[in-house]
Design a protein. Structure first.
Ligand SMILES: NC(=O)c1ccc[n+]([C@@H]2O[C@H](COP(=O)([O-])OP(=O)(O)OC[C@H]3O[C@@H](n4cnc5c(N)ncnc54)[C@H](O)[C@@H]3O)[C@@H](O)[C@H]2O)c1
Length: 348
């Protein structure tokens, strides 16, 4: 069992252990006096792990209700949240009760948002089952949904009371989603940990996945504990994401996954940093090789002009400028504010 303590406003632990999904009831019982638990999950994960989770919760005496939504980012909207509220209200969930988010990042973000807003906030537990959710989205308390105008435009900061990570669930995760999660894993090495980056280069991440998960959540924990609401250091977690989001937007979030777009974004921004004399020479080559090793693309057909234009509409712009995350070298990152009108010149 590996435990990572997160010292945010409401502190909590992240437990990493093979098979913990089937034991989740015990952990939740220790943390809460709840009578009822609503498990929110998507249609794919429900077939694989829902029964196990429900059995474990019922064994501990919880009254359990399940809420299943159709898998995929298309479901990450306010209609799905409304359906969740109906389930919670019909089940007469009170402020003392608990929501369990069982699934990938879409489930975690939505169940977390339902928990943040139902009855002005109830407790929730994350049981992340995709690599992206295990290394990134289940930690840090960002919850929310997409609007037709863009991704994650409505949401709240709401920390879980625990995160239970079962690396065994990755055995059923399709390869494409594993690669997607690897983009975030590589990002952590780039921004904070050169030794970890080197290990990813030398070894196969799948063979030491518990170490990979623990390292990533520890880095995220450190960053989030110092800057819970993204006013400073937390922005570093967006390395590769400014251009990555721009690429996703150009393709209308179809045909290119988040991880693929972030991989291209990391390579492009690192190359721009090298050209500007900010980033150590050879850094882009290292990131490129590592992305290719994990099946991620390193270039895209969209033009830099299109990317700069799409980035200007990013929700993270501040007036006429945007904070870019740049590397001095692998493991050493910083943010630099750049005027949007200078972005194209910088990345060109
Ligand atoms: N809150 C945050 O800090 C944060 C950070 C990064 C990303 N996100 C969000 O995360 C979402 C992406 O997460 P994701 O890639 O996990 O997407 P997802 O939740 O849609 O999961 C990807 C796919 O894998 C399936 N799946 C999940 N676990 C499985 C398993 N163990 N076995 C088989 N299939 C499984 C799902 O059903 C889905 O089809 C985006 O909406 C993004 O905005 C949030």
């Amino acid at each position: 069992m590996r435990t990572v303590h997160v010292n945010t406003g409401n502190p909590y632990d992240i437990f990493i252990e093979r098979g913990i999904t089937g034991d989740c009831g015990k952990y939740i019982k220790k943390l809460s006096s709840a009578k009822k638990v609503t498990v929110i999950t998507d249609s794919n994960v429900a077939k694989l792990y829902l029964q196990k989770v429900v059995n474990s919760l019922e064994k501990e005496g919880f009254e359990v209700k399940s809420h299943i939504f159709s898998a995929g980012e298309e479901s990450k909207n306010l209609n799905s949240i409304s359906a969740m509220y109906n389930t919670l209200a019909e089940f007469r969930m009170t402020r003392k009760d608990i929501i369990v988010a069982l699934g990938g990042g879409v489930t975690g973000d939505m169940a977390g948002f339902a928990a943040a807003s139902y009855l002005r906030g109830i407790n929730f537990v994350q049981i992340p089952t995709s690599l992206l959710a295990q290394v990134d989205s289940s930690v840090g308390g960002k919850t929310g949904v997409d609007l037709p105008h863009g991704k994650n435009l409505v949401g709240a900061f709401h920390q879980p009371i625990a995160v239970l990570i079962d690396p065994d669930t990755l055995k059923t995760l399709p390869d494409a989603y594993f690669c997607d999660g690897m983009a975030e894993v590589i990002k952590y090495g780039c921004i904070k940990d050169e030794k970890f980056f080197d290990r990813l280069c030398k070894e196969d991440a799948r063979k030491h996945i518990e170490d990979v998960i623990e390292t990533c959540v520890s880095i995220k924990r450190d960053v989030v504990s110092r800057d819970e609401r993204e006013s400073g250091e937390r922005m570093l977690l967006n390395f590769g994401h400014t251009l990555g989001h721009a690429i996703e937007k150009i393709y209308n979030f179809k045909g290119i996954s988040h991880g693929m777009a972030v991989a291209v974004g990391m390579v492009l921004i690192s190359a721009a940093g090298e050209r500007a004399g900010i980033t150590q020479k050879g850094t882009t080559e290292k990131i490129t090789r590592l992305c290719l090793k994990y099946g991620l693309p390193v270039s895209d057909n969209a033009s830099l002009e299109q990317m700069a234009q799409a980035a200007a509409g990013d929700k993270k712009t501040e007036g006429s400028s945007i904070n870019l995350v740049l590397l001095k070298s692998i493991g050493d990152s910083f943010t630099r504010k750049i005027e949007l009108c200078d972005l194209l010149d910088f990345i060109k």
